[in-house]
Design a protein around this ligand. Structure first.
Ligand code: KIV
Length: 277
């Protein structure tokens, strides 16, 4: 049975922690799904960690749908959340609705995520009214990196903290089933978690959130251009991959790959006949 929004809400009520990882392809989605992680986010972080852009801003809806389709083919139990990229929901409620529909109908996602609080509440409300579950995202919202002037901790001043609390409440009241809190001081994230009814999913927001999300490449050590402070590398995949690649390269050059084990034989008599022709 696929994870539902009600189950995610119930997890908060029961005090059960919620884990969420990003995935951008079929194979990874399958691993994450089989591990029992209830939420898989096809984040627009794919722009940086998969496509090599400098930020998430150039990511298109076409790219997001392409990767979301791969993930939904691999995930059988987890709820797959498609991240709506820059400017695909800002222009109007109609634009948000029509693009969110593509994630659900074309790509097979069960929910969408959009960045912003008070400013996108009206859009969240309409999507939810139309049957599209929404995950909110406040704090350091990477699509606004130019407005923030960099990837900075959000909510440190009294005004900014108050705004963040208002954003969280707006997302909750609009009907989102959860909200990501990104790069927010831990005590503020804990306070927001207490004050709103929906689960908070933190990334760089401390232990007081209802759940945690990470970019999978960060925990696997497979994207090393930039390693955020909030990421814990459980393995250094780039080192392991590099070792395998170096070994393959050396063996090809040395003529020791492939061996008989990786080769296919044929009937000797056919070969003899062919040689005689
Ligand atoms: O794009 C993404 O991966 C995200 C997570 C960091 C929450 O938005």
């Amino acid at each position: 049975m696929r994870v539902t929004v009600n189950q995610i809400r119930e997890m908060k009520a029961k005090g059960e922690k919620i884990s969420c990882l990003t995935a951008y392809d079929y194979v990874t989605a399958k691993i994450v799904d089989e591990a029992g992680i209830p939420l898989i986010l096809v984040g627009d972080s794919l722009g940086m960690v998969v496509l090599g852009y400098e930020s998430t801003i150039p990511v298109t809806i076409g790219e997001m749908l392409h990767h979301t389709k791969a993930v939904t083919r691999g995930a059988k139990q987890a709820m797959v959340i498609g991240d709506m990229p820059f400017m695909t929901y800002h222009l109007s409620v109609e634009q948000a609705l029509s693009n969110a529909t593509r994630f659900i109908q074309e790509a097979g996602a069960q929910a969408v995520k959009l960045e912003g609080g008070v400013t996108v509440a009206e859009k969240i409300k309409r999507l939810v009214e139309c049957g599209i579950p929404v995950m909110g995202h406040i704090g350091l919202t990477p699509q606004s990196v130019h407005q923030f002037g960099g990837y900075k901790v959000q909510g440190r001043t009294p005004e900014a903290a108050t705004r963040l609390l208002e954003d969280a409440k707006a997302v909750d009241e609009a009907g989102a089933f959860s909200v990501v809190l990104e790069t927010v001081p831990a005590p503020l994230a804990a306070l927001i978690t207490e004050k709103i009814s929906i689960p908070t999913i933190g990334i760089g927001a401390g232990i007081g959130c209802d759940g945690q999300v990470q970019v999978i490449n960060d925990i696997l050590g497979s994207y090393t251009d930039f390693v955020p402070k909030h990421a814990k590398q459980y393995v250094k995949l780039t080192d392991i991959v590099r070792q395998a690649v170096d070994q393959f390269h050396s063996e090809v050059i040395a003529g020791t790959f492939p061996t008989e084990k990786q080769s296919f034989a044929m009937d000797e008599s056919i070969l003899v006949e062919l040689k005689a022709k």
